[in-house]
Design a protein around this ligand. Structure first.
Ligand code: SF4
Length: 369
């Protein structure tokens, strides 16, 4: 089934490490933006597309009020049915309160993902976040009290003097909260961000430390019952993100809003990152990024991000027997170095393999083509 993604392109302030598209929040533009999202959803009326996930990402979706979220969900229900859907909203701990969270819950949001990033206030300040950890705890506990049972938290690895010991404390503290899902991202200095300068770089983990932090995170999260299911994602049993899984297993998704990406009918396209153009266009602009997706390549590329990995039989169905055999031989080589698990027909990356995933996956793709 299809997934629906809504990109909410507003933030109160730009975090210095962030390369996602967003612009400063203003209520008037946000109101026009919501009109435009609804208008674009309606375009799909009568096309028989059913969706079972809706994801509000950003930017900061929690800058929209409950009425606006309710309106978008209402339009999406009319058009895409959303029967038994997982409806996720990314939230910034400092832009929610009890009333707002109740409103989101009443509107049908049943999964909330908080950008907590760290339990250490100094690190939060280094990352330019507007919240402190006390605010994050309050947001999570309030959400849980009013009925959000499926709560996710993002953490960032490798900021401002983080050590394996401090990370263990962060994870222990986070796991005491009523969260069911944790995404752990490695801080990367991206071009064009405020962090991309010589003063900041030495304050972030180098490659060796980052690898240690990642391995520590995987082990500590596992100790707390958060099983890894994707390179950066961990959850209690049954709490995988249904929406994000669609990206990794190659299901269709439709994106609405500036900078939203879509994969539909074998074509990848995006709406350009321009909020004014999105608001003013009768239908959202569409730039094709890949006209004809190579499904076999995608299967390897995305499937190896998942702990469950890929099946050799499926590789054979896309590329033929000789290519599958070449891939298997290469997998055996990686397996000798502890980078790949081989079990019957299944190939997956080990935790060490995830650290080198880009290189390993591109070698797998090269060898089947
Ligand atoms: S709040 Fe999130 S989307 Fe906005 S600037 Fe910070 S990291 Fe980026």
């Amino acid at each position: 089934m299809t997934g629906i993604y809504v990109h909410v392109p507003f933030c109160l302030r730009k975090c210095p490490y962030c390369s996602f598209y967003s612009k400063p929040f203003d209520a008037d533009t946000a109101s026009k933006y919501v009109d435009a999202v609804c208008r674009n959803i309606v375009v799909y009326s009568g096309k028989g597309i059913n969706a079972d996930t809706l994801y509000f990402g950003g930017g900061t979706p929690s800058l929209l009020n409950a009425e606006q979220i309710n309106r978008i969900i209402g339009e999406a229900r009319k058009v895409f049915s959303l029967d038994n859907a997982e409806i996720t909203l990314e939230a910034n701990p400092c832009s929610v309160n009890e009333e707002k969270l109740r409103g989101y819950h009443k509107a049908g949001v049943n999964r909330i993902s908080f950008g907590i990033q760290s339990t250490d206030d100094n690190r939060l300040s280094f990352l330019g976040r507007l919240h402190d950890f006390k605010t994050a705890v309050k947001a999570v506990e309030t959400a849980n009290t009013i009925g959000f049972e499926n709560i996710s938290a993002d953490i960032m690895l490798g900021a401002a003097g983080e050590t394996c010991d401090s990370l263990k404390k962060t994870i222990d503290t986070l796991c005491d909260l009523p969260v069911k899902h944790i995404s752990a991202y490695m801080l990367k200095i991206e071009e064009g961000t405020a962090f991309n300068n010589d003063k900041i770089k030495p304050l972030t983990a180098d490659d060796d430390l980052m690898s240690e932090l990642y391995l520590t995170a995987v082990e500590r999260l596992d100790m707390h019952g958060f099983k890894q299911y994707e390179i950066s994602n961990f959850c209690k049993d049954g709490y995988e993100s249904r929406h994000n899984n669609k990206y990794w297993i190659g299901e269709d998704y439709l994106g609405f809003g500036p900078a939203a990406h879509s994969f539909f009918g074998g074509v990848r396209y995006c709406c350009p990152p321009d909020t004014d153009a999105f608001i003013n266009a009768p239908a959202q602009p569409r730039e094709v990024t890949e006209q004809s997706v190579n499904k076999g390549e995608e299967y390897i590329l995305l499937g190896l991000r998942l702990c469950k990995g890929i099946s050799l039989d499926t590789v054979k169905s896309y590329f033929g027997q000789p290519a599958a055999e070449r891939l298997y031989s290469l997998a055996q080589e990686f397996s000798k170095h502890g980078l790949v698990n081989l079990k019957d027909d299944n190939i997956s990356l080990t935790t060490q393999g995830f650290l080198l995933s880009n290189g390993i996956i591109s070698q797998f793709i090269d060898i089947v083509e």
